[in-house]
Design a protein around this ligand. Structure first.
Ligand code: AP5
Length: 217
């Protein structure tokens, strides 16, 4: 059976950073809804133009649009063995829709690691984040600096700071997470598939804790 994992956590908790490690270790496809929107934005598709305003304000893109985009991505042949979802679902309606779409593939969500980090640390992480333009590799000027400032260690492409990492937008993203996404903690806890991971440790130690939780599941 295909294996699907959902990485849950507030903005800046380290979902993208850890998703790359897990996806590589298990040969899983990494699906980041934020990256899919940013790709559409870069290519100026209708979907990208629609998502832009929501993203700039730090609000969620409407459920119907987001669900259709992820459904399309999960239906592709490379997800036959499963995938690691990062940033989706973000509302109970999205979680319900995910469960329905996975049922169609005779599958289900195996485990939901919640990467837990206090708010003050999130702001510091996001204000120092640098992202690779080509493939979304993530660095931090203090906690995980690239060997050469402004250049991605992995593929040599330019690093940039995300538009929605400005302080006011970050604060709104955290508020939106608390109001609209945090209810998923109870949603998945009650289904006994949520596992809490201490996201305040070093990147390497968080990876170890996450991989151990997946092995145990
Ligand atoms: P999205 O791109 O998903 O953003 P997010 O969830 O806010 O998460 P981030 O990418 O900001 O953080 P992360 O947890 O991946 O942290 P990272 O690993 O980079 O969404 C953007 C927007 O798209 C949303 O606001 C919304 O508008 C829209 N959207 C997306 N999905 C949607 C959905 N399902 N429904 C509706 N709308 C949706 O790490 C952060 C920094 O910390 C980095 O610099 C990293 O190097 C550093 N770091 C990581 N781990 C550690 C550590 N352990 N110690 C120290 N530093 C660390």
């Amino acid at each position: 059976m295909a294996r699907f994992y959902v990485l849950l956590g507030p903005p800046g908790a380290g979902k993208g950073t850890q998703a790359k490690v897990i996806a590589e270790k298990y040969g899983l496809v990494h699906i980041s809804s934020g990256d899919l929107f940013r790709e559409n934005l870069k290519n100026q598709t209708e979907l990208g133009k629609l998502a832009q305003g929501f993203m700039t304000r730090g609000e969620l893109v409407p459920d119907d649009v987001t669900i259709a985009m992820v459904r399309d991505r999960i239906s592709r042949p490379d997800c036959k063995k499963g995938a690691l979802l990062d940033g989706f679902p973000r509302t109970p309606a999205q979680a319900d829709a995910l469960s329905v779409m996975l049922k169609e593939f005779n599958s289900k969500v195996e485990l939901v690691p919640l990467i837990d980090v206090p708010t003050q640390e999130l702001i510091e992480r996001l204000s120092g984040r640098w992202t690779c333009r080509a493939q979304g590799h993530v660095f931090h000027e203090k906690f995980n600096p690239p060997k050469k400032a402004g250049i991605c260690d992995e593929d040599g492409s330019e690093l940039y700071q995300r538009e929605d990492d400005k302080k006011a937008t970050v604060e709104n993203r955290i508020k939106v997470y608390t109001e609209q996404t945090a209810p998923l903690i109870e949603y998945y806890s009650s289904r006994k598939i949520l596992v809490k991971i201490d996201g305040t440790k070093s990147i390497g130690d968080v990876s170890k804790e996450l991989l151990a939780a997946i092995e145990k599941a």
